[in-house]
Write a protein that binds this ligand. Structure first.
Ligand code: UDP
Length: 328
């Protein structure tokens, strides 16, 4: 299939691009390179541009005979979204609508969307299933939920079929070791723990130790980036085989606290990881753990890296071989 991958030079996008190419799909990446890295998509057709550019979208979608869009391009930091809601609504909702409109106009049949566990807000029960109420605690989650709503009604009115994948905490790197997580600035827990293990930052700050969790630090469900990539392909294949639109959670169903992540990283890296306790970060729920039975039952998704240790091992391979990231 001919597939446009927005944000394909980013972390999750680039791992999905690799999985798509391995499956012999033709991929065109659209990325404004505000966060993405050309080195993450070597030998892939990369167009530098923005999802706000309707004319560019039209040219790409029709000129490349695009049948499916995978939409990763978005702003994705919880804390930043609380400070800059305008940026988040513009990039994630307004530009997302521009892309949906262009896709409908060009006759694109399938749309796979990067959504997030942040749509759920503070869970009233865990594990969180897709039927859990969606009441986001931050603009990041709210903007992702807004685009899900649009996709639903676009589907009803215009026939666009979509799958929304609500990721829990994406982590790890391709075991090949040549692509991985490289954000500037880095705010995510596992890459920061890796940097602390390498001595690239003096210490890791732990955001809050008074959450209602066993050790007081936040609990998250970490999922390997290649398992996320596989889910995108399963979603696309299911729609191409006649399945309707759907929403799926993606996590391993196991929660790990910030302290447990640090302990596991110490064991994997053999390094000490100095820590400092800091205030809670705005917009962080105490516990996010996925119920991912729906995608297992309906699409046969099975994680290849279900355990935290193996996820951190692949992250460590990337970070220890690329301590400065892609370009440095
Ligand atoms: N976290 C932390 N220190 C850091 C970065 C993150 O204690 O330097 C915590 C954060 O509060 C959250 C968890 O680690 O509970 C995962 O955060 P991350 O930013 O990796 O992912 P998010 O849950 O925001 O998607």
């Amino acid at each position: 299939m001919n597939i446009l991958v927005t944000g394909g030079a980013g972390y999750i996008g680039s791992h999905t691009v690799r999985a798509l190419v391995n499956k012999k799909h033709r991929v065109v990446v659209l990325d404004n390179l505000s966060k993405g890295h050309p080195a993450a998509v070597k030998e892939i057709e990369l167009v530098r541009g923005d999802t706000s550019d309707r004319q560019l979208l039209k040219r790409l979608l029709t000129g490349c005979n695009i049948e499916a869009v995978m939409h990763f391009a978005a702003s994705s930091l919880v804390g930043e979204s609380v400070r800059l809601p305008s940026d988040y609504y513009r990039n994630n909702v307004v530009n997302g609508l521009t892309l949906l409109d262009a896709a409908v106009e060009a006759g694109v049949r399938y749309f796979v969307f990067s959504s997030t566990a942040a749509v759920y807000g503070e869970p009233i029960e865990v594990p969180i299933t897709e039927n859990h109420p969606a009441t986001p605690l931050n603009p990041y989650g709210a903007t992702k939920l807004a685009l899900e709503g649009a996709m639903r009604w676009y589907g009803e009115a215009y026939g666009l079929r979509y799958t929304s994948l609500r990721y829990f905490n994406a982590a790890g790197a391709d075991p090949a070791g040549d692509i991985g997580e490289d954000h500037e600035p880095e705010t995510h827990l596992i890459p920061l723990v890796m940097k602390a293990a390498l001595g690239l930052i003096p210490q890791l700050e732990i955001f809050g130790d008074d959450y209602p969790t066993p050790d007081g630090t936040c609990v998250r469900d970490y999922i390997h980036v290649n398992d996320l990539a596989d889910a995108h392909i399963l979603a696309l294949e299911a729609m191409a085989g006649g399945a309707g639109s759907n929403i799926y959670n993606l996590g391993n169903g196991n929660g790990y606290s910030v302290l447990e992540v640090i302990e596991t990283a110490k064991a994997v890296t053999g390094s000490s990881i100095p820590v400092k306790y800091a205030a809670r970060r705005a917009g962080d729920p105490a516990v996010l753990v996925a119920g991912s039975e729906r995608i297992k039952d309906e699409l046969g998704w099975r994680p290849a890296f279900p355990g935290l240790r193996e996820i951190i091992e692949t992250a460590w391979r990337w970070h220890s071989n690329h301590p400065g990231g892609y370009e440095k």
